[in-house]
Design a protein around this ligand. Sequence first.
Ligand SMILES: Cc1cc2nc3c(=O)[nH]c(=O)nc-3n(C[C@H](O)[C@H](O)[C@H](O)COP(=O)(O)OP(=O)(O)OC[C@H]3O[C@@H](n4cnc5c(N)ncnc54)[C@H](O)[C@@H]3O)c2cc1C
Length: 380
Amino acid sequence: MGITLSEDHQMMVDAVRNFARAELTSRDVEWDHTETSCCTELDQLYDMGLMGLRVPEEFGGLNVPTVCYAHIIRELAYASPSVAVTIAVHSMVCEIVNQFATEEAKREILPRLAEPGNLSAFAISEPNSGSDPASARTRARKIDDGYQLNGTKMWVTNGITGRWFVVLARLNDGDNSNALSMFLMDAQQVGVDRNIIHGKMGIRGSETAEMSLEDVFIPEQNLLGEPGWGLRIALSALDGGRIGIASQAVGIACACIDLMVGYAKERVQFEEPIANFQAIQWMIADSQTEMMASQQLIDQAAWLKDQGRSYTQAASMAKLYAAEAANRIAYRGVQVHGGYGYSNEFRIEQFYRDARITSIYEGTSEIQRVVIARNLLREA
Ligand SMILES: Cc1cc2nc3c(=O)[nH]c(=O)nc-3n(C[C@H](O)[C@H](O)[C@H](O)COP(=O)(O)OP(=O)(O)OC[C@H]3O[C@@H](n4cnc5c(N)ncnc54)[C@H](O)[C@@H]3O)c2cc1C
């Protein structure tokens, strides 16, 4: 669909599709029912190189183009939206380290990020700081050989199993956004206290944690970029991250469409398959159109990123549209299933819940509109 991938990249996407549909679907249902983390069951993904999708080849990764990466995340989300976001967040951290870490930190950490035991996380949000990351209160204090972090982070995906955390903190009690800096933290140390957040509506196989930091040590070389670059790094990482979440939304949308088509052909009412009713056909037609439009927006944003061109607005449009479309499509999926769609005996019920998060994290739909409008108004 849309953009043409190279033969090698298309083969990779096909391999991920086959693997995900065969291996992840039933496990995803189980993770959802039992609310257990998928993060401890990623061995096959490491074997396939999927944890190094955005790690340069010289450091042992696959370094696939963003366009290919987006299609891989879609295929994972079709089978497991939880695994898709686990890898999307990890890949975002790989990109941050590659772009902003010192040479020393890159050489030490990047090869490890593609290896088991080195899952990573992105810790920006706090209990009182969400859409407005500039209000973060976590503090960093300069000490002799590095920095010391204190504060609380909220909603950290991969936050329990993860080892390498990108953490936004306010340096030396500075009050304005120029004081925000970004640090690469090894979570395997005293002072890092992590608690799982249970009771999520969806993506219940994805690990989400609250984390408190008490005098946590960051070596000098693990400051990312320059002091004061925290917000700039967070926002540029989120531009790329939004392509991943938009792709997660399209994966969910594709799965919902396949489920509604399959069910509509089998379910008989008034002595004929409900697929014969125009009302059902329209729901299917609208869903397919919106899903394809989402994919085109994603391909465009990913292509711009691969060209090294500005893609902030394109990524926000892709995320806004794909997330809102996935929610509409999942809603229609339940509608086509009637009462059965309201039961967790049917997979569509889970996708309805999973779709909801795509319009919230990595910037709510309202924040995407703020970004898009701000860009347009600035250009005008
Ligand atoms: C399952 C899950 C996983 C997550 N993973 C991570 C993660 O790995 N790392 C991380 O750092 N964070 C993570 N988050 C946090 C997520 O990014 C935030 O929840 C999100 O950015 C919204 O922030 P908030 O929840 O504080 O809502 P708020 O910012 O309090 O927003 C509440 C409402 O106000 C609206 N609003 C706020 N500001 C404006 C505005 N200027 N104009 C219009 N409307 C506005 C919002 O759109 C929303 O509707 C995760 C969250 C969840 C639920």
